[in-house]
Design a protein around this ligand. Structure first.
Ligand SMILES: [Zn+2]
Length: 81
């Protein structure tokens, strides 16, 4: 196997999100931890994305589900009450 000295950042693979390069449903949040997403977001906003940014395109129902997933502690408190 030969290794080319020419390193290129490849565009996202077919079937993957064009924003974050992860494989997810367009209605679902982007992968906030994706380096491609973080780089792109940083260039545009001069800060790194939060999960709220990653799911800003989602509908309110999806956001609610995702927020619940992100904070298991909050969910636990709710169940105990
Ligand atoms: Zn994405």
């Amino acid at each position: 196997m030969t290794v080319s000295g020419n390193i290129k950042i490849l565009p996202p693979l077919p079937g993957r999100c064009k924003i974050c390069a992860a494989k997810h449903d367009p209605a679902q949040p982007h992968d906030r931890d994706s380096l491609i997403y973080q780089n792109r977001f940083y260039k545009k906003h001069r800060r790194f994305p939060t999960w709220e940014d990653a799911m800003s395109h989602c509908d309110e129902e999806t956001k609610a589900i995702f927020r619940a997933k992100l904070s298991p502690a909050a969910k636990e408190t709710e169940e105990k009450a």
